[in-house]
Design a protein around this ligand. Structure first.
Ligand SMILES: NC(=O)c1ccc[n+]([C@@H]2O[C@H](COP(=O)([O-])OP(=O)(O)OC[C@H]3O[C@@H](n4cnc5c(N)ncnc54)[C@H](O)[C@@H]3O)[C@@H](O)[C@H]2O)c1
Length: 460
């Protein structure tokens, strides 16, 4: 079948490759002509393992076509809308591009066509689409089909989704929603058809729940820091309860990426707009912000107490919001850099993949080409992304380049033995200091880090 996709971003490209691998011919259109030109040269705008190779193969065998022509080819029965949903005046998940694309599509296609919204919709997204479709007797079907992929393993997630969900805008769209699910049938995943309002809440509810699990682990880690407990053991013990499990209960420098943080903000704002009191849903964003500041407070304490970051040099290892991606949207590493600067420190960072996007997101950021350069003359090193290469650093070389001896590992990725053998003091989020036999003092309640001037981590 010939499928048409609008939006050559992370979701559009992964979906295009996934559908092509299912045997379809896929045409991807974007209004960004430079992006399309690069794609026709086999150069995707984002890093995702396997994506470049798959695009080059798709171009060569004709299964993938990239174009700036935004009208669906006449033989394509579905258009997948994968455009961005940026932060607008009402907060994250503005449907401005989704609505524009849908309105444009509706002028050119009739009832035999289905417009499939793959972009993440806010809770009022279905009502907005229904308003666009109102009084259009001969309109195309409109279906929602949110993407649940994880960046860094997105192609695998397309091939082996844990579920596929389709939402119908009005009952007349239900057959098209089922037809969309049929496209994914060869993948053998559980599937669900529901009304689009429920599907919007499935998507946001799932992501905010995941954000809550990470935030819960982060808070446990800070409690563990204050009591001398080991969060790894704590989570292993909690997770033995089959009702809880350990998946996603993993502490780190904070939730990040284009989805979880912004959807935590979106759901908080949207429940207020709906006059629904939902303190738990709203707490995820606040917990994350507090956590990011407390990471810096802990570092400050390790360096000698309040004010001790002023004038210090910090080597920051990792800028991507997680390993195996170059995505820095809402990256906790960028928040960390901003909070460190706000506390008076100088930050020199390194990331194996995300340097270009990080520089665009935060023009104040200084980035070094290697970890060794990033830690030169540093008073402390902070590890903020769990890149595998940070587990194999040449600590003797890094230690001799550093001025200080502190390594603060927020990802539990550092080879502690080798860093300690190089004379470094390794501190890990939520884990007792290696060799420690006394519980640490609690973080003083007065430890406070100034707000950064602005957070510019989002490039969506
Ligand atoms: N990135 C993720 O991990 C992820 C995961 C699940 C869902 N989502 C959601 O999927 C959607 C897309 O995310 P993304 O990360 O792929 O975005 P992106 O910013 O990487 O790409 C969006 C693309 O859409 C193009 N575009 C915008 N308006 C257009 C129009 N009218 N016609 C054609 N092209 C247009 C832009 O030029 C851009 O290339 C968002 O709603 C996002 O929340 C993202």
């Amino acid at each position: 079948m010939h499928l048409f996709l609008l939006g050559a971003g992370h979701v559009g490209l992964v979906s295009a490759v996934g559908f092509a691998r299912l045997g379809h011919r896929v045409t991807v259109a974007d209004l960004d002509a430079a992006r399309i030109a690069d794609l026709n040269d086999g150069l995707p705008p984002v890093f995702e393992p396997g994506l470049t190779e798959a695009i080059v193969r798709g171009l060569a065998d004709g299964s993938l076509t990239f174009t700036t022509q935004l009208d669906p080819p006449p033989d394509a029965p579905f258009t997948f809308v994968c455009v961005n949903t940026p932060t607008g005046p009402d907060g994250p998940l503005s449907t401005v591009h989704v609505e524009r694309a849908t309105a444009q599509l509706m002028t050119g296609v009739g009832p035999d066509h289905a417009i499939v919204i793959r972009s993440t919709l806010p809770l009022d997204g279905p009502s907005r689409l229904a308003a666009l479709a109102a009084n259009r007797v001969d309109r195309p079907s409109i279906v929602t089909n949110p993407e649940f992929m994880r960046e860094g393993q997105a192609l695998e997630d397309f091939d082996r989704p844990n579920r596929v969900v389709a939402g119908w805008l009005e009952p007349r769209d239900a057959a098209a929603a089922q037809a969309v699910l049929d496209l994914y049938a060869p993948l053998g995943a559980p599937s669900l058809v529901a009304d689009a309002r429920s599907v919007a809440l499935i998507k946001l509810g799932a992501n905010v729940y995941l954000g809550m699990k990470i935030s819960f682990a982060n808070e446990l880690a800070r409690v563990a820091d204050a009591t001398g407990a080991d969060v790894e053991q704590v989570i292993a013990g909690i997770g033995l309860d089959g009702r809880i499990g350990t998946a996603f209960l993993r502490p780190g420098p904070g939730i990040g990426g284009s989805c979880l943080p912004e959807q935590a903000v979106a759901i908080a704002l949207q429940t207020v707009a709906l006059d629904v009191e939902a303190p738990l849903l709203s707490a995820v964003h606040r917990s994350n912000t507090v956590h990011q500041r407390q990471i810096v407070a802990r570092l400050e304490r390790l360096l000698g107490g309040p004010g001790s970051l002023a004038g210090r040099r910090i080597g920051l290892l990792g800028l991507a919001f997680k390993a195996n991606t170059d995505d820095v949207r809402e990256s906790p590493a960028l928040a960390l850099a901003a909070n460190l600067r706000a506390a008076g420190a100088t930050v020199l960072a390194h990331d194996p993949r995300a340097e270009a996007r990080a520089r665009r997101a935060d023009p104040q950021l200084d980035v070094a080409p290697t970890p060794l350069e990033a830690v030169r003359d540093a008073d402390a090193v902070v590890v903020a992304t769990e890149w595998a290469e940070y587990g194999q650093l040449d600590w003797p070389a890094l230690a001799s380049a550093m001025r200080g001896t502190l390594v603060y590992d927020t990802r539990a990725v550092v080879d502690v033995e080798s860093a300690q053998a190089a004379g470094l003091q390794v501190e890990r989020l939520g884990r007792p200091s290696a060799g420690m036999d006394q519980p640490p003092e609690a973080v003083p309640a007065s430890a406070s880090i100034p707000e950064p001037a602005s957070s510019s981590a989002s490039d969506s």
